[in-house]
Write a protein that binds this ligand. Structure first.
Ligand code: NAD
Length: 461
């Protein structure tokens, strides 16, 4: 496709609007503007920058109706879920406005060298962000709010299917008082991003996306000796050790898996259930899946209480259907669902068991509403299964006995692990993974340290 930037409603697969790639000349001038803006932006006080972040949070909040409608049409998120996403964005901007000065404050280091040693956090310059479509506003906020609060300027290449939402973010920040060039939305090609990463005015790159993109961007950053943060895929384990109310336990697991139509990096993509409750648990999941009907992202609730929404694109839905087929060919059982719409990107919620451990399907990320369950006969086996992953993003362990759950959770090798909650949320909680899930952390205090020069500043007595 010569120009992939487009709004293509996944409900119908209709292209509504297309956008031209930025020209090389315009890209150069956008970079020059971002670089100039950095010189001005870095000199502002934290208080001054915080004021603009707070104003941005306020505008996001006020504009939520427009924002949620845009992504409903771009990538199929129901406006109800979009509303929750906007809440998270508001929270993130306010969090860094409230705490950024403290995170960026000088720290004196005791020393024996006849002088004063200080750790200063100095902004780096222009940082490039490459973002995915699954949470079009939230992913950008996680990267951009702390980078901007630290005094950097940012250029964002969003997913090709999110051209309106990405421009909205730039518009909101400019309206909030950010100088031109502090945040630039780019309809850039992959080659143009490679050029940016090489340019000496760019000081870092942050990617949220697939493992494949992670390898490419990390290579380019490595070649150019640039810092990179990678937030990649995941096949998070969700271990259910016991439950007095199996129905409720299945419902909790289901709610997590069906969120964002299964298209979340930290969705519970591998549910591991102890054998004594396994069959009842799976049966409950099947009943839940069967109750779901197609919903309209712009009118959630219209078709019923339990609705599923289209995936982000027809391509994504076709890929998922193919993955399910390959898993069944490898020996898995598809209990229900997995039906692909004839035209749009609807894919009915599926429940699968028995994907052979060690098969290609076992290690793959199913980025959609496919609930996959494995049976474990001991805690040891559950831990082994949980850790048998190429990824290491998040995970959860559920039990009525907290100590039992903690004992298992302590042995799971992921960047985030939870006990008795599918996932904790909050701008203050660091987010990120290990292994093929990437490197670096977003959110919390750590999120503001990723794109700063932690400088030794020494003054002799
Ligand atoms: P993707 O990798 O295809 O695309 C993500 C972004 O990277 C897009 O903007 C795309 O155009 C860009 N991109 C890809 N290759 C590039 C290259 N060579 N040069 C420049 N830009 C490039 O991923 P996707 O399918 O849009 O998103 C889904 C993936 O993202 C899943 O694997 C999911 O788990 C992951 N994800 C991870 C997190 C996290 O925080 N860890 C969050 C959300 C999504």
């Amino acid at each position: 496709m010569s120009n992939p930037y487009r709004v293509q409603n996944p409900k119908t697969n209709t292209v509504i609007e297309t956008f031209d790639f930025i020209s090389d000349d315009d890209l150069e001038s956008a970079l020059a503007t971002a670089h100039d803006a950095f010189k001005e932006w870095r000199e502002l006080s934290y208080d001054n920058r915080a004021e603009k972040l707070r104003k941005a949070a306020q505008i996001f909040d006020e504009r939520r109706d427009t924002l949620t409608r845009i992504i409903a049409e771009e990538m199929g998120k129901s406006i109800k879920e979009g509303d929750g996403e906007v809440d998270d964005v508001v929270e993130i901007f306010n969090y860094y406005a409230d705490n950024g000065a403290e995170f960026g404050a000088d720290q004196e280091i005791p020393n024996n060298q006849d002088g004063t040693a200080i750790l200063r956090k100095v902004p780096l310059g222009v940082i490039v962000g490459i973002m995915p479509w699954n949470f079009p506003y939230y992913q950008v906020a996680r990267f951009a709010a702390p980078a901007l609060m630290a005094g950097n300027t940012v250029m964002v290449k969003h997913a090709e299917i999110c051209p309106r939402s990405s421009q909205q973010i730039q518009d909101i920040l400019e309206e909030a008082g950010f100088p031109k060039g502090a945040f630039t939305n780019l309809y850039a090609s992959h080659d143009q991003i490679a050029t940016l990463i090489e340019d000496s005015r760019v000081q870092g790159v942050s990617l949220t996306g697939s493992e494949r993109a992670g390898r490419q961007i990390a290579s380019q950053a490595g070649q150019a000796l640039k810092k990179c943060v990678l937030e990649l895929g995941g096949t998070d384990a969700y271990v259910v050790l016991d439950a007095s109310d199996v129905k409720e336990a299945a419902q909790t697991a289901w709610n997590k898996r069906i969120g964002n139509t299964g298209q979340a990096c930290t969705s519970n993509k591998r549910i591991i259930v102890m054998e004594d409750i396994h069959d009842e648990f799976v049966q409950e999941l099947i009943s839940l899946a069967d109750a779901y009907v197609k919903g309209d992202p712009l009118n959630p609730g219209e078709a019923g209480e339990h609705e599923y929404f289209p995936l982000s694109s027809r391509d994504a839905a076709e890929k998922l259907a193919q993955q399910v087929k390959l898993a069944v060919d490898a020996g898995a059982t598809l209990h229900t669902g997995g039906e692909l719409d004839t035209e749009g990107a609807y894919f009915s919620p599926a429940v699968m068991t028995g994907i052979p451990v060690g098969s290609d399907s076992f290690y793959e990320e199913f980025f959609g509403p496919v609930v996959t369950v494995w049976k474990a006969s001991s805690e040891e086996e559950a831990i082994e299964l949980a850790n048998d992953s190429l990824y290491g993003l998040g995970g959860a362990v559920m039990s009525e006995d907290e100590e039992r759950a903690k004992k298992v959770a302590n042995r799971i090798d992921t960047g985030m692990i939870h006990v008795n909650i599918p996932q904790a949320r909050g701008a203050e909680l660091p987010f990120g993974g290990v292994k093929n899930s990437g490197m670096g952390r977003e959110l919390g205090p750590l999120g503001m340290d990723e794109f700063v020069n932690v400088q030794r500043y020494f003054v002799a007595d």
